[in-house]
Design a protein around this ligand. Structure first.
Ligand code: SIN
Length: 276
């Protein structure tokens, strides 16, 4: 365990994830607390908080310490629904009547957007008796583990990300399509990371379709290796705050017909993914 300002930070795996303690998110944070949480997020990619009985106002206030709020680009085509009062907050409520849940494929949030959300903050109010975990993976560790030959091959390539691959078909929402570097560099840490995901990346730009499909399949499998993952077990009033620029995640829907219910708020990105 490490102490940052007044907070405790306990790493949960070698490559990704840490639990933050000694902080009450029902109250506004001091600049020192905000700085410490940013430092922990930069080091671990995703940070977790336990026993935080926040309402939506407190949830938004917490997120606003880190930037402006992002409005989901998935519109009508997602399993989550916008809150009536605060449309930038999405209700993620799943129960016996749900046909699907959010995030059941490895992805980083809305990489199809020209400027994807920098981070996401998910708070669970109701959790199932067992199950409903979320997997997180470090895209730094995934990049670092590539062979030097593969790193050289990927250098300078871009890939297309299309919201239509992930979100529902046949809605009135027109999903964004964007091209981003396959290898990006994190603006806070300067570290290189892999920025393609199974959920939204359709092809590597400028390659023959079969070559693009083969390389992407190799990268998706590589990204999904358990060596750079961790599995977060939710409890009521847990919070996960992940950095979309250097992690991916996948929700596990093994709890039907039980209820899992919470809200997610996202923080606007300030720039497109930065080429390495
Ligand atoms: C998501 O935001 O992609 C879903 C994560 C989760 O519900 O665990």
């Amino acid at each position: 365990m490490e102490r940052l300002a007044t907070l405790t930070v306990t790493a949960l795996s070698p490559h990704v994830g840490a639990e933050i303690g000694d902080v009450d998110l029902t109250k506004p944070l001091s600049p020192a607390q905000v700085g410490a949480i940013k430092e922990a997020l930069a080091s671990h990619g995703v940070v977790f908080f336990r026993e935080q009985p926040i309402d939506l106002e407190m949830h938004r206030r917490f997120a606003l310490h880190f930037g402006e709020l992002h409005v989901h680009v998935g519109g009508e085509g997602t399993a989550s629904k916008p809150d009536e009062k605060y449309p930038e907050a999405r209700r993620q409520h799943f129960d016996a009547n749900s046909k699907r849940v959010s995030g059941e494929v490895w992805h980083t949030d809305q990489s199809c957007a020209a400027i994807p959300p920098m981070a996401s903050i998910l708070h669970q109010r109701i959790v199932p008796p067992t199950g409903g975990d979320t997997l997180f993976a470090s895209m730094y560790a995934a990049y670092d583990a590539l062979s030097e030959r593969m790193k050289a091959y990927l250098a300078g390539l871009t890939a297309t990300h299309d919201g239509a691959k992930l979100f529902d078909k046949g809605t009135r929402t027109v999903y964004p399509v964007s091209s981003h570097p396959v290898v990006a560099v994190h603006p806070w840490t300067g570290r290189k990371l892999l920025y393609v995901n199974r959920g939204q990346t359709t092809h590597i730009d400028g390659l023959a379709p079969d070559e693009s499909a083969a390389i992407l399949e190799y990268l998706f499998d590589h990204i999904e290796c358990p060596e750079w993952q961790m599995r977060f077990h939710w409890r009521e009033n847990s919070i996960a705050f992940w950095d979309n620029r250097c992690t991916q995640h996948r929700a596990i829907w093994d709890y039907w017909p039980h209820v899992r219910s919470g809200y997610r708020v996202q923080i606007k990105g300030t720039q497109p993914p930065v080429p390495a």
